[in-house]
Design a protein around this ligand. Structure first.
Ligand code: ADE
Ligand code: ZN
Length: 337
């Protein structure tokens, strides 16, 4: 391992942008497919990996949503999340705020309880095995209508003690945040924390809308906010966390080359950027690889890396005492490395 890789893997960090369905490795796709007797339209793991060449977000979503069909039981969701936590632990992860897409599963006829029971079982186990804490964020699929999101919020009602927040994901273009203003208002009334994907493929106006119509506390991605100087100033002065995902941006062609990735620019502008994996099984790397590849591509300094790690805790939904404890562990790490 290079010095840079060793420094990064040892650095205490939180992951704030991870879709658990996007952590389904091809090997698990075959394993779950076999045990649930769900046919997979690929003959081998190699064939699956070869299919992971995307031109845009929609190309990826089509494959990812098809892959999720193998997830049928509570045990599948538990195994999926536990495998992710093992990877996170290997990368120095101490905390994760994990997205899941209930509508992807309820639309296939699974009861709402299956995903959440399996995921929360794994979250409890991960805390025991690795000392990793975690929170769940339920995302609404923005290509569906408001009715579906309201039905999902209703189905989640008995489980709200296990759900920290709501998010908005799937096809961004043509589905502005304002489409979901009412359901997000209802989620806020229930005490849920608010995040949304914005400015990944969609224009800066969608980032603005996520702030004004949904009252988000974090922006997932936010790359295209950089096109609007006034918006950047607002994000900086309000201290809004951006959950940036370098390898996802590369694979979905949000950037043509990692050397053009805005991570360094974001930090230099004073934006509260964090580094995350998004859908690691599909984009070729977990959080550690995202840090390493971004650091190499845009020359992130040791101070930048420490800032990214700090931002991951200050932007989390942990309480102040926990955040302070993690920040102290970063300071201690910096002092000895
Ligand atoms: N669902 C999973 N990954 C996503 C992404 N990067 N953007 C929108 N929806 C997603
Ligand atoms: Zn995402």
């Amino acid at each position: 391992m290079t010095d840079l890789a060793a420094f990064i893997r040892g650095l205490p960090k939180a992951e704030l942008h991870l879709h658990v369905e996007g952590s389904l490795e091809p090997e698990q796709m075959f394993e779950f497919g076999r045990r649930n007797k769900v046919a997979i339209p690929f003959r081998s793991v190699e064939e699956v990996r070869k299919a992971y060449a995307f031109s845009n977000l929609q190309d990826f979503l089509d494959l990812c949503y098809q892959g999720a069909n193998v997830l049928q039981t509570e045990e599948d969701f538990r195994d999926l999340a536990l495998a992710y936590f093992a990877r996170l632990h290997a990368d120095g992860g101490r905390h994760a705020e994990m997205f899941f897409d209930p509508e992807l599963h309820t639309s296939r006829g699974l009861p709402f309880s299956i995903a959440i029971d399996g995921l929360t079982a794994a979250m409890k186990e991960a805390e025991g095995i690795y000392g990793i804490t975690s929170k769940l964020i339920m995302c609404f699929l923005r290509h569906l209508d408001e009715t579906s999101s309201f039905e999902t919020l209703k189905a989640a009602e008995p489980y709200l003690d296990r759900i920290t927040g709501v998010g908005l994901d799937s096809s961004e273009k043509g589905h502005p945040p304002s489409k979901f203003a009412r359901v997000f208002a209802a989620a806020r009334e229930r005490g849920l924390r608010i995040v949304a994907h914005a400015g990944e493929e969609g224009p800066p106006a969608y980032v603005q809308e996520a702030l004004d119509s949904l009252h988000v506390e974090r922006i997932d991605h936010g790359n295209r906010a950089l096109e609007d100087a006034a918006l950047v100033q607002r994000l900086v002065s309000d201290g809004v966390t951006l959950t940036v995902c370098p390898l996802s941006n590369l694979k979905l062609r949000v950037v043509a080359d990692l050397k053009q990735h805005p991570m360094k620019r974001m930090l230099d502008l004073g934006l509260r950027a964090t580094c995350n994996s998004d859908d690691p099984a599909y984009f070729g790397g977990y959080i550690g690889d995202n840090f390493i590849r971004a650091a190499e591509a845009v020359n992130l300094s040791r101070a930048d890396l420490l800032q990214l790690a700090r931002n991951s805790f200050t932007g989390s939904f942990l309480n102040k005492a926990s955040i302070d404890r993690h920040l102290a562990s970063i300071d201690a790490y910096a002092a000895f490395r």
